[in-house]
Design a protein around this ligand. Sequence first.
Ligand code: PLP
Length: 412
Amino acid sequence: MVKKPENFRKKGDVWIEWKGKGSFGAMKHPIYLDSAATTALSPEALEAMMPYLTESFGNPSSIYSMGRSTRVAIEMARKTVARTLGVKPMSIFFTSCGTESNNTAILSAIRDLGCTSIITSPIEHHAVLHTAEHYSRQYSLPLDLVALDEEGVVDYADLEQKLKQHQADGRKPLVSLMYANNEIGSLLDIQRVGLLCRLYGAIFHSDCVQAVAHYPINLSESFVHFISASGHKFHGPKGVGMLYVNPSLEIAPLIHGGSQERNMRAGTENVYGIVGFARALELAMEAYEADSRYIAGLRGLMRGLLVQHLPGVRFNGPEQGLYTVLSVCFPRSARSESLLMELDQAGICVSGGSACSSGEAGGSHVIRALANRDGCTTVRFSFCKYNTAEEIEYTVNFLKSVFSPEKAGVEA
Ligand code: PLP
């Protein structure tokens, strides 16, 4: 006997109707719930970029006016980014992505700043974890992983203990800890870690790829040496990142060649990317209060509906974590094995873990690092200002149908 899930909502004059697997009623598809992987370019950022994709194509290193005007655009963008972060423009370097920023920070700390050990966490993005592992092997440096609580939050007492131990061993550590975890949304108190690093003479890098433009960050109040960011995580373009380098530091580049970025990052600048990065960041911070409240509301709605309708569901990461990410732990069953595929077929875009580690054997390294996560299938839902409550309700309704006992009989 085929049992179809019931209709659940009329929105304006449009029925959002469930008609069975592979059929989507009046809902606009795809439903994009993977903003931690990447976000859509905002129309405003695109508008700011357009002149540099069309008529203003001069090389910023050229001395004639067409080149000078693109140079000015880059320097204006740098000022915007610096103002947003409460620092001087000279401390902002544009890169090609968050990964490059992380690589630059980690290598410089070891090669140029005398770090002789690394302290990081087992749930960092691979852009940090693999880089730290690589350089720890190359330079024969000890690499220590800080303990986490059950929700993936850094154990600050353990961090201090490790810092003390490294100091006692005569080592100067690089501490690389992310502000906001991209898979489970756990957050770091960068103020507290900055103070600890200062106390024990460590260099502190924070991968802020999921935090810049999602939280107000004032670096003038933080004891942080490096932070990394990436434009495509906040409705800016792909292919552009940013590295903040504390002005007290003198470092050498990762990429050698021309004298762009004050000799810190060779290669003709991605002018339209840099302009789009700055515009997207500016817009995000202008609308921060309203957007963050709205997005947190969507996350809360999804969490509440899942608890209400799907018995046994659990969550990875803290309830009060990063408001753009909800990592859900579904009880393992025959259906949950194919959950990501079924969501994809239904036009709902989500991730199992981070997009960059989707091919990882044995599942996500982040989930594996958490205690008590056996017997569940993890799906990361991540949200942005373009999502709607209807999309959330539709997705939960779809999940209800997947996990309902009658599902086996629902016609395709
Ligand atoms: N760090 C974190 C926390 C991320 O989420 C990502 C992207 O998923 C990166 C670094 C890498 O950034 P990019 O894609 O710009 O290289």
